[in-house]
Ligand binder design. Sequence first.
Ligand code: HEC
Ligand code: HEC
Length: 333
Amino acid sequence: MLKMTKAALAIAALLGTAALAHAADSEPIQPIKPAANINLGMVELGKKLYFDPRLSKSGFISCNSCHNLSMGGTDNIPTSIGDKWQQGPINAPTVLNSSLNLAQFWDGRAADLKEQAGGPIANPGEMAFTHTLAIDVLKSIPGYVREFKQVFGKDKIDIDQVTLAIAEFEKTLVTPNSRFDQWLLGKKDALTKDELEGYKLFKDSGCVACHNGEAVGGNSFQKMGLVEPYKAKSPAEGRVAVTGKDADRFNFKVPTLRNVEMTYPYFHDGAANTLTEAVDTMGRLQLGKKFSKEENARIVAFLKTLTGDQPAFQLPILPPSSDSTPRPTPFSK
Ligand code: HEC
Ligand code: HEC
């Protein structure tokens, strides 16, 4: 009897190992891959532009103002504050792993990162500049003139090059090596019992129907308030703004849950301050499920294992303005 149990255990252990070896393939979530096929010169230029407030009318606002790379690629406020301290209508999604999104923005109105990057510079509520003026500023900075020429091999600077370089930099903002990914790749002790149970609940309750793939989201548009309507604090109506189809009202791009412990507050209106609240809302509104306090805590524990290696680099040294560079007057008309 004892012998059989031992044999059975051995077989189970073997099967277990085999199952683990294939775990990453059979799970609904896949590990994040490090960035590949990157043009390093373009990345360095894009990094400077990402941090350069001279691309804004006030000279104060850069991409990093609202997508702070030391704050999970967000601004950690419900809705972003832009030019002249205007409060915008919608929460800033993280730029981390945004290269994995099927489209950019909550309603997917930009096809890719390059198309997206032109938006904020000219958005009156964000950087409030124009592309022409932004290019004029760059042209007046000798360091940029040299670097654009090095990277693109042309004498002229245009907005296409600017957005291409920023997008190339953003491709490097992936966050591999989270504890969850280590577990997917076979490191059995990377997760605690509670975290594993949280993952099981996440799968069994149906969260993975919408939050799956490498980014644990970002790959479909789904209705917010599937079972129970959501009372949003933002006038945004989601995907309908792009397609004009009534069926797309309140359909939003499913946000990535990678690094979600850092990207609070949650939802497109930033109305949920904590993961506990967000998980409770998701359970009720999307699945008609009320989680117990313990279940909620386990799912939150699992979500926190999705925090990966954060971008780590020296802050770029921005090329100095020449004396003739027009200095934008803060808050001028
Ligand atoms: C004033 C704050 C602000 C500034 C400055 C800003 N953004 Fe954003 N960003 C936002 C907000 C808010 C959204 C969401 C808008 C929406 O979906 O309608 C967003 C969306 C994005 C997205 C889409 C992410 C996703 O998951 O859909 C990317 C990528 C992005 N911004 C990159 C940038 C870059 C690059 C710059 C600089 C050129 C920049 N942002 C400047 C606030 C800002
Ligand atoms: C039917 C699709 C669907 C299901 C099922 C679903 N979600 Fe979501 N989830 C979404 C959408 C869409 C949003 C964005 C909603 C918004 O911002 O208005 C979202 C947002 C979130 C957010 C906030 C992320 C952020 O950055 O703002 C969290 C956390 C989350 N979901 C967790 C879960 C959990 C946990 C479950 C299971 C209990 C779940 N979701 C089930 C579609 C879904």
